[in-house]
Design a protein around this ligand. Structure first.
Ligand code: ADP
Ligand code: ADP
Length: 228
């Protein structure tokens, strides 16, 4: 589903590459954790998958897309096949919960009837039925992240990228959010989640990709966070 071959990302003016000679494969339906210290290249990895950056050398594939070869007008299609959630939720503060989710479908031109049906369904799926009319500032952090997940999956993307989705949440809420992401994965969506949370990684026993200084230093099929 995701494949990188000899990928190097060298930002201009930077002394060492953000990613160096990275080769890895994540199968369709897998759940992979991305771990490693701050600055090890995790966010760069996500940016390459979304074609927010183009690697200096090497090849990137996501699904059927040869990402580094994509032309500009194909990039929106790639991004539609990838859902993304972040530590800081990135909700639209002036829209309520339902409209935050609906907006993701409106911008890709889905008909109103489809949106009317899909939004309550996905809010129910992430455990937010009854909160459709709330504004983001009226929600707890966990609820905000549920909205972000609903928005990311409502178009049923093949891949969900989660960049430290529990970074702003307490341990109990973090567990609940991981349960939601796990449910999305079990439905067939390939998940890649960057995290510093050892408890989550140790509890889940899924693939662990560990980065250090832009290099892949560990690739365990069912790993733990480790001694790091
Ligand atoms: P992580 O997400 O693991 O914290 P990043 O991918 O953000 O790591 O960063 C990897 C390295 O690339 C760091 O050394 C960072 O300073 C550098 N880097 C990231 N983005 C840029 C950029 N736009 N320009 C220059 N250097 C960057
Ligand atoms: P599970 O296997 O976890 O029970 P299902 O795929 O059976 O999940 O979905 C349960 C309900 O949630 C169904 O009504 C389904 O249509 C809805 N649903 C699941 N994923 C989405 C999604 N991405 N967007 C909208 N509704 C969804």
């Amino acid at each position: 589903m995701i494949k990188l071959s000899d990928v190097t990302m060298q930002y201009p003016k930077s002394t060492r590459p953000a990613l160096a000679d990275l080769t890895l494969e994540i199968e369709r339906g897998e759940f992979a954790f991305l771990i490693g210290p701050s600055g090890s290249g995790k966010s760069t990895f996500f940016r390459l998958l979304l074609k927010e950056d183009t690697p200096t050398s090497g090849d990137v594939w996501v699904g059927d897309y040869h990402v580094n070869k994509l032309r500009g007008r194909q990039v929106p299609k790639l991004r539609q096949s990838i859902g993304a959630v972040f530590q800081d939720f990135r909700l639209l503060q002036k829209k309520n919960v339902a409209d935050n989710v609906a907006f993701a479908l409106e911008v890709i031109g889905k008909p109103a009837g489809v949106i009317r049906e899909a939004v309550p369904e996905v809010l129910d799926y992430v455990g937010l039925s009854g909160k459709a009319d709330r504004m983001p500032h009226e929600l707890s952090g966990g609820e905000m992240q549920r909205v972000a997940i609903a928005r990311a999956i409502v178009n049923r993307p093949a891949v969900l990228l989660a960049d430290e989705p529990t970074g702003n949440l307490d341990p109990e809420t973090s567990e609940e959010i991981v349960e939601v992401i796990d449910r999305v994965n079990r439905r067939g969506t390939t998940v890649v989640m960057a995290t510093h949370d050892r408890h989550i990684v140790d509890a889940m026993r899924r693939r662990v990709l560990e980065f250090d200084g832009g290099k892949l230093v560990r690739n365990d099929e069912t790993g733990v966070y480790g001694i790091g």
